[in-house]
Write a protein that binds this ligand. Sequence first.
Ligand SMILES: Cc1cc2nc3c(=O)[nH]c(=O)nc-3n(C[C@H](O)[C@H](O)[C@H](O)COP(=O)(O)OP(=O)(O)OC[C@H]3O[C@@H](n4cnc5c(N)ncnc54)[C@H](O)[C@@H]3O)c2cc1C
Length: 265
Amino acid sequence: MYQFNFVRPKSLADAEALLAKADDPKLLAGGQTLIPTLKQRLAMPSDVIDIGALKELSFIRAQGDAVMIGAGTKHYEVAESADVKKHNPTLAYLAGLIGDPAVRHMGTLGGSIANNDPAADYPAACIALDAKIHTNKRLIEADEYFKGMFETALQPDEIIKEVTFPHPEKSGYQKFPNPASRYAMVGVFVSKGPWGVRVAVTGAGQNGVFRVKAMEEALAKNWSADAVAGIKVPADGLLSDLHGSAEYRAHLVTVMAKRAVAAAG
Ligand SMILES: Cc1cc2nc3c(=O)[nH]c(=O)nc-3n(C[C@H](O)[C@H](O)[C@H](O)COP(=O)(O)OP(=O)(O)OC[C@H]3O[C@@H](n4cnc5c(N)ncnc54)[C@H](O)[C@@H]3O)c2cc1C
């Protein structure tokens, strides 16, 4: 690790002030990505601002037609929440598939979507459920938030405070996990709600999460696994690595989409 100043603010307001005045700061949530990055000397922040213990960022509230989840909420809390299970069971199911118990007890919703790993699960949920990302500065629609591999609309002085997930009428998520890390080789989230029908794919795209419009149109006409069975996504633009080729991932998108629709019922 390179040397840095370590600070643990007592409130979100303190964290904002520290973030604004430091030269090259980094927020620390559960440390599941940031700590290994620092250990490998892949980042050299001037200040590490630990927001992991801020109670203001850790909550789950069901209100009206949505569930609001604080950015500091751990994956296991989302997986076990009675409110999430009741109103958005697929979101709880997805959180329970992330990594292993140790990762789920440290990793956070905010850290996951700030990092925007192309194989992370939450980006698919955010896009498919038309989520709203609230920062200390503004509200960002999920469609405007994910910009590419490890890239988001966040500015350096922004802190994610919470994510609002409107309740879906129907939803399903299926992932083909990498057997070592449990990250998605391909994960497909399908939903139907006030936003229409959405199909979001994670794990496959070189630019991170993406929607499959052809599947959305087919499901809008006929909500059934058969409706997506014949729809293939092109391998161009998909990830190809030692875990699987782009063609393999393209094939998995259709398979996971069929399973996700079947799971949604
Ligand atoms: C072994 C392993 C397996 C995993 N498997 C999966 C998986 O199957 N699926 C999956 O989706 N993920 C997986 N993950 C990722 C994990 O779930 C974490 O969500 C992810 O690593 C981010 O970690 P964190 O929440 O601890 O954030 P940190 O590591 O603390 O921070 C990550 C980044 O987000 C920024 N950040 C954190 N909070 C905020 C905020 N509120 N506002 C703005 N920026 C913020 C930090 O500055 C940093 O840049 C895995 C991780 C590991 C180590």
